[in-house]
Design a protein. Structure first.
Length: 268
């Protein structure tokens, strides 16, 4: 009897334990399955992040390579431009040096011309005749008193002497252009003056007469140009007799030809 009860109790106890154990395994399995699912999801997310990072890395590397290539191209272009610039600078320096050489030659020629003309015209009154250099040209200024009587276009003997000496000094020098400018004061010419209406006529006719004397004395006609400025280019006011006398003058402007200089400038 007791034995039967005991066996029955054991069977019941085993069955209950089995049921209890079976219930615990299902929960654990479910929990493990849940954890496994979460781990799989986390792994997929990590793999997606890894793939995105690898793609971003590849894009960044490609951008860096492209940028590096662009920078290398820029450096090569800069080096090429630098070489071109150096050549241009050297070429420009050579042209500047050539231009300076020509300018120095022209300056020396002007100084030599001024000296030669000054020496040829020594002995004349400084109030009647001056020789100066201005703007790369030699200006020989002769007063009306030296050249003409009032209102006349006929050159006095003393003036003819000065002009012939000037022509002798310039004779044979084809590299000098000669401009003869007649100037007057602002006093109108006397009415009825033969062949003249105003100071324009007077200044031009005087310049023309001087040009004839210079060319007769040896200057080539092609290098001499007469012109008249009348009263419109005074060197001082016309307020006093002394100032009017200064304005009544003839200027002979000597300009060395600058053909070589112009050629260099045109080349630049």
């Amino acid at each position: 009897m007791n034995s039967t009860v005991s066996r029955t109790a054991l069977v019941a106890l085993w069955s209950a334990g089995t049921l209890l154990l079976g219930g615990c395994n299902k929960k654990e399995i479910a929990a493990l399955q849940q954890q496994n699912s979460e781990l799989l999801s986390s792994r997929e997310q990590l793999e997606a992040q890894k793939s995105a990072l690898e793609q971003e890395k590849a894009q960044t590397e490609e951008a860096l390579r492209s940028n590096l290539l662009s920078k290398n191209q820029e450096v090569n272009q800069l080096n090429e431009n630098l070489g071109t610039t150096k050549e241009q600078l050297q070429d420009r320096e050579q042209r500047i040096a050539e231009l300076q050489r020509v300018l120095d030659q022209k300056e020396a020629a002007v100084k030599a011309l001024r000296q030669k003309v000054g020496d040829a015209l020594l002995g004349f009154n400084a109030n009647d005749l001056t020789v100066n250099v201005k703007n790369g040209k030699v200006y020989v200024s002769l007063s009306e008193q030296l050249l003409f009587k009032s209102g006349s276009t006929v050159v006095d003997p003393k003036g003819q002497e000065a002009l012939k000496k000037l022509a002798t000094a310039l004779k044979g020098n084809q590299d000098v252009n000669v401009l003869v400018e007649g100037h007057t004061d602002n006093v109108p010419i006397a009415r009825g003056t033969a062949g003249m209406k105003d100071n324009w006529d007077l200044s031009v006719l005087r310049a023309t007469e001087i040009t004839r004397i210079l060319t007769t004395a040896g200057l080539t006609p092609a290098q001499v140009t007469p012109s008249g400025r009348a009263q419109y280019l005074p060197i001082t006011a016309n307020a006093t007799p002394a100032e009017k006398a200064q304005n009544r003058r003839t200027e002979i402007i000597l300009t060395p030809k600058l053909d070589e200089l112009f050629q260099i400038l045109e080349a630049n």
